[in-house]
Design a protein around this ligand. Sequence first.
Ligand code: NAD
Ligand code: UD2
Length: 307
Amino acid sequence: MTRYLITGGAGFIGSHLTDALIARGDAVRVLDDLSTGRRENLPAGAELVVGDVADPAAVRAAMDGMDGCFHLAAIASVARASSDWLGTNRANLVGAITVFDAARAARTPVVYASSAAVYGDCPIQPIVETAPTRPRSAYGADKLACELHAAVATGVHGVPTVGLRFFNVFGPRQDAASPYSGVISIFAGRLRRGEPVDVFGDGAQTRDFVYVADVVAALVAAMTRLPDGSPVFNVCTGSPTSVRDLAHHIAALCGQAATLRSRPPRDGDIRHSVGAPAAARAALGLAPPLALPDGLTRVLDWLATTR
Ligand code: NAD
Ligand code: UD2
């Protein structure tokens, strides 16, 4: 039986990955401080260790006996990284270095979550992996630094690493009630009740929304294939959607008209973020992604069963 450590495994993406690995018969240990993750997200059979990913002793103990590590623990919010720069740095960068350091003793492979935020405002869309990285947020800067430390882990210490630059991930279990959550969960939670939504800036900013099951498939394929050389890949669809169009689209699926309230732009907000998916598809053998309307329907169906 293959054994995996998933840091942040009680969170949104991590719990879907845990489900997938348990379903195929792997053993899963989750290290999570439950700051945004929830015990109830985890399936029966997953082992939960409550602890901090920036605590070297906790990470070393959690890594013991593992065949691979998926490192997903982080404070996953551009807005929170802006208000709590140092606190998020500890979770988002010190946490990653702590994982790489623990992995080097046994050369445990690490597949870790990076972000589209590493690119900043990229003039050429869709964005390819070789585009310049110029983050505009503390969150994106920490994710880029994770990639640099991953290259050190591989090049100096022989730890196989693969970084996945997730674009904007959505799906069931993303918290609709948190203001720090992804825009789809916030909009879906409000629009289905006929409530207005806040649009930061003019709403013409675009994002590449990728469904969580496609992200899980990329994580599993990256761990299975472990391409050499500490590579990084976009995990995205290649299709842009503006925030304003997103609101109208979700409202239409709910049989409502959307009421949009204009709000000032967010600090560090990126204007356009659409990824080129070809390199990941080729290197990791990924299937075409789920179409946005199908993913939105799944989110709305899930919300209807939960509240
Ligand atoms: P999430 O908040 O649901 O999951 C993060 C998990 O990490 C939570 O369970 C949380 O409790 C845990 N955690 C936070 N700080 C920790 C710490 N110090 N020690 C241990 N556990 C800690 O967020 P998510 O959307 O599932 O994000 C997972 C990963 O993917 C993160 O690294 C995030 O930066 C990255 N990512 C997410 C998106 C997205 O659109 N959701 C896009 C790009 C990258
Ligand atoms: C960033 C990263 C993403 C991921 C995420 C953290 C980019 C391009 N993307 O996502 O990869 O790491 O951080 O999980 O850097 N918005 C509104 N109203 C709301 C909420 C959001 O208008 O109520 C806007 C927001 O200003 C932004 C867009 O919606 O333009 C998406 O916001 P988000 O918070 O879902 O994600 P984003 O793009 O900051």
